[in-house]
Design a protein around this ligand. Structure first.
Ligand code: C5P
Length: 212
């Protein structure tokens, strides 16, 4: 048996940081499923193929190595934007979801973060968290993150980008971003990552005690 922690939420909500922190604390493996969509988008971009070329996207989704996905290589916001276009294709999602489930099934446990983990990928996960924050707060965080890494950005452009991506992710026909009915909501607008981690820990410890 594998214990799965499903974490969903919009871009820059803090779900990735929280997922890594939880995985390290409990000794679970972690999969940032956003990177799987980004890997497919980047493969198409590198090959000069259009982002809606379904056959090419399916092939890329089957081919890339999950262990080789690198956040620094895939972090660019143009890749994130391209990933959300690739992510509307049902046939591509089917391939990636299957690979994500294989990752989740290996004991002792795994933390998966994304948009549809609690609703589609792992609907039976004993712990589901939905991490959110206002678009303004998320844009500000992303802005400071980019500056902190020595980059340049305009906060208004980031906000527009985030709003566009929310719109696409929440309104697509297949697996739209939404909280699972049994998800715990964590609004990090006015919460530090430490406070969010402590709140998550209380929820996870209670479920681990029940299942042991
Ligand atoms: O989380 P990240 O910004 O890396 O995700 C990039 C894009 O991949 C998202 O905007 C979304 O369209 C897509 N995605 C998805 N399902 C997931 C994870 C990401 O559709 N589980």
């Amino acid at each position: 048996m594998s214990f799965t922690i499903a974490i969903d939420g919009p871009a820059a909500s803090g779900k990735g940081t929280l997922a890594r922190r939880i995985a390290a604390h409990y000794g679970f493996r972690h999969l940032d499923t956003g990177l799987t969509y980004r890997a497919v988008a980047k493969a198409l971009m590198d090959a000069g193929q259009p982002l809606d070329d379904e056959a090419a996207a399916i092939e890329a989704a089957q081919r890339f190595d999950i262990a080789d996905m690198r956040r620094d290589v895939l972090a660019d916001h143009t890749i994130g934007e391209a990933a959300s276009k690739v992510a509307v294709m049902t046939a591509v999602r089917r391939v990636l979801v299957q690979r994500q489930r294989v990752f989740a099934a290996r004991p002792p446990g795994a933390v998966l973060d994304g948009r549809d983990i609690g609703t589609v990928v792992c609907p039976d996960a004993p712990v589901k968290l939905y991490v959110t924050a206002s678009a303004q707060v998320r844009a500000r965080r992303r802005f400071h993150e980019i500056l902190g890494n020595g980059g340049e950005a305009e906060e208004a452009v980031i906000l527009a980008d985030i709003e566009k991506r929310d719109e696409r992710d929440m309104n697509r026909a297949d697996s739209p971003l939404k909280p699972a009915e049994d998800a715990h909501l964590l609004d990090t607008s006015e919460m530090t990552i430490e406070a969010a981690f402590q709140a998550a820990r209380t929820i996870i410890d209670a479920r681990l005690n029940e299942s042991s």
